[in-house]
Design a protein around this ligand. Structure first.
Ligand code: SAM
Length: 248
Protein backbone atom coordinates (compact mmCIF):
# COMPACT_ATOMS: atom_id res chain seq x y z
CA UNK A 1 0.00 0.00 0.00
CA UNK A 2 1.49 3.35 -1.00
CA UNK A 3 1.86 6.15 1.56
CA UNK A 4 -1.02 8.68 1.54
CA UNK A 5 -0.41 12.01 -0.09
CA UNK A 6 0.60 14.51 2.61
CA UNK A 7 -2.38 16.55 3.89
CA UNK A 8 -1.58 20.12 2.88
CA UNK A 9 -5.03 21.76 2.52
CA UNK A 10 -4.26 24.34 5.23
CA UNK A 11 -1.44 25.83 3.11
CA UNK A 12 -4.12 27.91 1.42
CA UNK A 13 -5.38 29.71 4.50
CA UNK A 14 -2.53 29.33 6.99
CA UNK A 15 -2.10 33.12 7.04
CA UNK A 16 -5.74 33.48 8.13
CA UNK A 17 -5.62 30.61 10.67
CA UNK A 18 -2.56 32.11 12.31
CA UNK A 19 -4.43 35.41 12.82
CA UNK A 20 -6.39 34.15 15.82
CA UNK A 21 -8.62 31.44 14.28
CA UNK A 22 -8.03 29.16 17.27
CA UNK A 23 -7.59 31.72 20.08
CA UNK A 24 -10.89 31.05 21.87
CA UNK A 25 -10.33 27.30 21.63
CA UNK A 26 -6.78 27.46 22.99
CA UNK A 27 -7.68 29.78 25.84
CA UNK A 28 -10.16 27.16 27.05
CA UNK A 29 -8.15 24.05 26.09
CA UNK A 30 -5.18 25.35 28.11
CA UNK A 31 -7.30 25.08 31.26
CA UNK A 32 -8.25 21.49 30.35
CA UNK A 33 -4.56 20.59 30.00
CA UNK A 34 -3.59 22.43 33.21
CA UNK A 35 -6.29 20.60 35.13
CA UNK A 36 -6.29 17.14 33.59
CA UNK A 37 -3.07 16.47 31.64
CA UNK A 38 -0.03 18.36 32.94
CA UNK A 39 -0.33 17.08 36.54
CA UNK A 40 0.18 13.54 35.15
CA UNK A 41 3.44 14.44 33.37
CA UNK A 42 7.06 14.79 34.56
CA UNK A 43 8.24 18.46 34.81
CA UNK A 44 10.26 18.57 31.55
CA UNK A 45 8.12 16.02 29.72
CA UNK A 46 8.77 15.32 26.04
CA UNK A 47 5.56 16.14 24.21
CA UNK A 48 4.59 15.52 20.60
CA UNK A 49 2.01 18.01 19.29
CA UNK A 50 0.43 16.06 16.43
CA UNK A 51 -1.18 18.24 13.71
CA UNK A 52 0.30 21.24 15.51
CA UNK A 53 -0.92 23.78 12.94
CA UNK A 54 0.49 27.28 13.40
CA UNK A 55 2.00 26.44 16.79
CA UNK A 56 -0.36 27.96 19.37
CA UNK A 57 -0.32 24.90 21.66
CA UNK A 58 3.38 24.20 21.00
CA UNK A 59 4.27 27.75 22.09
CA UNK A 60 2.35 27.42 25.34
CA UNK A 61 3.88 23.99 26.07
CA UNK A 62 7.34 25.45 25.56
CA UNK A 63 6.64 28.28 27.99
CA UNK A 64 5.48 25.65 30.48
CA UNK A 65 8.98 24.03 30.34
CA UNK A 66 8.18 20.98 28.22
CA UNK A 67 10.36 19.68 25.36
CA UNK A 68 8.17 19.96 22.32
CA UNK A 69 8.09 18.43 18.85
CA UNK A 70 5.36 19.43 16.41
CA UNK A 71 4.19 17.60 13.29
CA UNK A 72 1.91 18.97 10.61
CA UNK A 73 1.16 18.25 6.97
CA UNK A 74 1.02 21.91 5.96
CA UNK A 75 4.35 23.63 5.23
CA UNK A 76 2.72 27.08 5.46
CA UNK A 77 1.20 26.32 8.89
CA UNK A 78 4.67 25.23 10.04
CA UNK A 79 6.23 28.49 8.84
CA UNK A 80 3.92 30.37 11.22
CA UNK A 81 4.59 27.79 13.93
CA UNK A 82 8.36 28.32 13.58
CA UNK A 83 8.08 32.02 14.20
CA UNK A 84 5.54 31.62 17.01
CA UNK A 85 7.51 28.93 18.86
CA UNK A 86 11.25 29.03 18.12
CA UNK A 87 12.77 26.27 20.23
CA UNK A 88 10.24 23.70 19.10
CA UNK A 89 11.34 21.02 16.62
CA UNK A 90 8.82 21.03 13.78
CA UNK A 91 8.49 18.21 11.27
CA UNK A 92 6.61 18.33 7.99
CA UNK A 93 4.88 14.96 7.86
CA UNK A 94 1.52 13.29 7.56
CA UNK A 95 -0.10 11.90 10.70
CA UNK A 96 -0.96 8.72 8.78
CA UNK A 97 2.66 8.08 7.81
CA UNK A 98 5.05 9.38 10.49
CA UNK A 99 7.48 7.20 12.41
CA UNK A 100 9.25 8.44 15.52
CA UNK A 101 11.09 6.42 18.14
CA UNK A 102 9.30 5.65 21.39
CA UNK A 103 10.61 8.74 23.17
CA UNK A 104 7.57 10.83 24.10
CA UNK A 105 5.89 11.08 27.51
CA UNK A 106 2.74 12.42 25.87
CA UNK A 107 1.18 13.00 22.46
CA UNK A 108 -1.44 15.74 22.22
CA UNK A 109 -3.59 16.59 19.21
CA UNK A 110 -5.96 19.52 19.46
CA UNK A 111 -8.86 21.37 17.85
CA UNK A 112 -10.46 18.40 16.08
CA UNK A 113 -7.36 17.81 13.95
CA UNK A 114 -7.99 14.07 13.85
CA UNK A 115 -11.51 14.58 12.41
CA UNK A 116 -9.59 15.55 9.25
CA UNK A 117 -8.62 11.86 8.90
CA UNK A 118 -11.54 10.66 6.80
CA UNK A 119 -11.45 6.86 7.18
CA UNK A 120 -11.50 4.83 10.38
CA UNK A 121 -8.75 2.54 9.02
CA UNK A 122 -6.54 5.59 8.49
CA UNK A 123 -7.41 6.88 11.97
CA UNK A 124 -6.32 3.52 13.38
CA UNK A 125 -3.02 3.87 11.48
CA UNK A 126 -2.54 7.30 13.12
CA UNK A 127 -3.18 5.71 16.52
CA UNK A 128 -0.58 3.01 15.77
CA UNK A 129 1.98 5.68 14.80
CA UNK A 130 1.24 7.54 18.05
CA UNK A 131 1.52 4.34 20.07
CA UNK A 132 4.95 3.64 18.53
CA UNK A 133 6.16 7.18 19.40
CA UNK A 134 5.14 6.95 23.07
CA UNK A 135 7.49 5.77 25.80
CA UNK A 136 5.50 3.55 28.20
CA UNK A 137 3.48 4.58 30.16
CA UNK A 138 2.84 7.44 27.76
CA UNK A 139 -0.33 9.51 27.60
CA UNK A 140 -2.32 10.28 24.44
CA UNK A 141 -4.92 13.05 24.55
CA UNK A 142 -6.88 14.41 21.58
CA UNK A 143 -10.26 15.99 20.98
CA UNK A 144 -12.81 15.26 18.29
CA UNK A 145 -16.00 16.86 17.06
CA UNK A 146 -18.79 14.32 17.68
CA UNK A 147 -22.27 14.13 16.12
CA UNK A 148 -23.84 16.94 18.24
CA UNK A 149 -21.20 19.32 16.95
CA UNK A 150 -21.81 18.50 13.28
CA UNK A 151 -25.58 18.44 13.67
CA UNK A 152 -25.85 21.67 15.64
CA UNK A 153 -22.97 23.82 14.39
CA UNK A 154 -22.10 22.79 10.84
CA UNK A 155 -24.80 24.86 9.13
CA UNK A 156 -25.30 28.45 7.99
CA UNK A 157 -22.42 30.86 7.69
CA UNK A 158 -20.17 32.75 10.06
CA UNK A 159 -18.25 35.88 9.13
CA UNK A 160 -15.10 37.02 10.86
CA UNK A 161 -14.45 40.65 9.93
CA UNK A 162 -11.11 42.40 10.43
CA UNK A 163 -9.73 45.67 9.02
CA UNK A 164 -7.51 43.90 6.48
CA UNK A 165 -9.34 40.62 5.90
CA UNK A 166 -12.71 38.92 6.07
CA UNK A 167 -13.21 35.16 6.50
CA UNK A 168 -16.60 33.56 5.83
CA UNK A 169 -17.16 29.94 6.80
CA UNK A 170 -20.15 28.02 5.43
CA UNK A 171 -20.71 24.69 7.11
CA UNK A 172 -22.75 21.71 5.90
CA UNK A 173 -23.15 18.20 7.29
CA UNK A 174 -24.17 15.06 5.43
CA UNK A 175 -25.53 12.68 8.10
CA UNK A 176 -25.66 9.71 5.69
CA UNK A 177 -21.95 10.00 4.92
CA UNK A 178 -21.21 11.38 8.41
CA UNK A 179 -19.14 14.03 6.67
CA UNK A 180 -18.87 17.72 7.53
CA UNK A 181 -17.72 20.28 4.99
CA UNK A 182 -16.53 23.80 5.79
CA UNK A 183 -16.20 26.13 2.82
CA UNK A 184 -13.92 28.94 3.88
CA UNK A 185 -13.84 32.03 1.69
CA UNK A 186 -11.37 34.78 2.52
CA UNK A 187 -11.00 38.30 1.20
CA UNK A 188 -7.62 39.82 1.95
CA UNK A 189 -6.78 43.45 1.35
CA UNK A 190 -3.76 44.08 -0.85
CA UNK A 191 -4.18 47.84 -0.40
CA UNK A 192 -5.80 48.55 -3.76
CA UNK A 193 -7.97 45.41 -4.05
CA UNK A 194 -9.53 42.52 -2.14
CA UNK A 195 -8.06 39.15 -3.05
CA UNK A 196 -10.48 36.23 -2.79
CA UNK A 197 -9.52 32.65 -2.03
CA UNK A 198 -11.63 29.55 -1.35
CA UNK A 199 -10.82 26.34 0.44
CA UNK A 200 -12.94 23.35 1.48
CA UNK A 201 -12.08 21.47 4.67
CA UNK A 202 -13.73 18.09 5.36
CA UNK A 203 -14.16 16.43 8.74
CA UNK A 204 -15.43 12.92 9.47
CA UNK A 205 -17.88 12.27 12.29
CA UNK A 206 -16.89 9.14 14.24
CA UNK A 207 -18.87 7.48 17.01
CA UNK A 208 -17.32 7.04 20.43
CA UNK A 209 -17.38 3.25 19.91
CA UNK A 210 -15.48 3.54 16.62
CA UNK A 211 -12.78 5.71 18.19
CA UNK A 212 -12.42 3.59 21.34
CA UNK A 213 -12.32 0.40 19.23
CA UNK A 214 -9.55 1.78 17.01
CA UNK A 215 -7.56 2.93 20.07
CA UNK A 216 -7.89 -0.52 21.60
CA UNK A 217 -6.79 -2.28 18.39
CA UNK A 218 -3.76 0.03 18.23
CA UNK A 219 -2.76 -1.20 21.69
CA UNK A 220 -3.98 1.59 23.99
CA UNK A 221 -5.49 1.01 27.42
CA UNK A 222 -7.25 3.15 30.06
CA UNK A 223 -9.32 4.66 27.24
CA UNK A 224 -11.53 7.39 28.60
CA UNK A 225 -13.71 9.73 26.49
CA UNK A 226 -14.67 12.91 28.36
CA UNK A 227 -16.98 15.64 27.08
CA UNK A 228 -15.39 19.08 26.80
CA UNK A 229 -18.21 20.69 28.80
CA UNK A 230 -17.56 18.23 31.66
CA UNK A 231 -13.93 19.40 31.57
CA UNK A 232 -14.98 23.02 31.97
CA UNK A 233 -15.14 24.29 28.38
CA UNK A 234 -18.03 26.62 27.55
CA UNK A 235 -19.83 28.05 24.51
CA UNK A 236 -20.06 26.76 20.94
CA UNK A 237 -16.47 25.53 21.01
CA UNK A 238 -17.47 22.94 23.63
CA UNK A 239 -20.64 21.64 21.93
CA UNK A 240 -20.27 18.02 20.84
CA UNK A 241 -16.54 18.08 21.56
CA UNK A 242 -15.02 15.06 23.32
CA UNK A 243 -11.48 14.68 24.66
CA UNK A 244 -10.15 11.12 24.50
CA UNK A 245 -7.55 10.06 27.07
CA UNK A 246 -5.57 6.82 26.61
CA UNK A 247 -2.29 5.35 27.80
CA UNK A 248 0.35 3.06 26.32
C1 SAM B 1 -8.00 22.72 12.87
S1 SAM B 1 -6.28 22.74 12.60
C2 SAM B 1 -5.66 22.55 14.27
C3 SAM B 1 -4.23 23.01 14.42
C4 SAM B 1 -3.70 22.94 15.85
N1 SAM B 1 -3.69 21.59 16.36
C5 SAM B 1 -4.47 23.82 16.78
O1 SAM B 1 -4.92 23.32 17.82
O2 SAM B 1 -4.61 25.03 16.51
C6 SAM B 1 -5.97 21.15 11.88
C7 SAM B 1 -4.51 20.91 11.56
O3 SAM B 1 -4.32 19.53 11.28
C8 SAM B 1 -3.43 19.39 10.20
N2 SAM B 1 -3.69 18.08 9.58
C9 SAM B 1 -4.89 17.58 9.20
N3 SAM B 1 -4.75 16.33 8.71
C10 SAM B 1 -3.43 16.04 8.79
C11 SAM B 1 -2.64 14.89 8.46
N4 SAM B 1 -3.19 13.81 7.90
N5 SAM B 1 -1.32 14.93 8.71
C12 SAM B 1 -0.74 16.03 9.24
N6 SAM B 1 -1.42 17.15 9.57
C13 SAM B 1 -2.76 17.15 9.34
C14 SAM B 1 -3.74 20.57 9.30
O4 SAM B 1 -2.70 20.86 8.40
C15 SAM B 1 -3.98 21.65 10.33
O5 SAM B 1 -2.80 22.34 10.64
Amino acid sequence: VSAPQRYSVYDQFAWCYSRGWSDDYHEQARRVFEGHVFPALPPAARILDLCCGSGELAASLLVRGFQVTGIDGSARMLEFAHSRAPGVRFLLADARAFHLDAAFDAVLSTFDSLNHILQITALETVFRNVYAALAAPGLFVFDLNMSDSFEMLWRGSIADVHDDFVAITRGTYDPAERLGRADITTFRSSGAAWLRSDVAVFEKCYSEDQVCGALKRAGFSNISPREACQLGMRGDISIGRTFFFATK
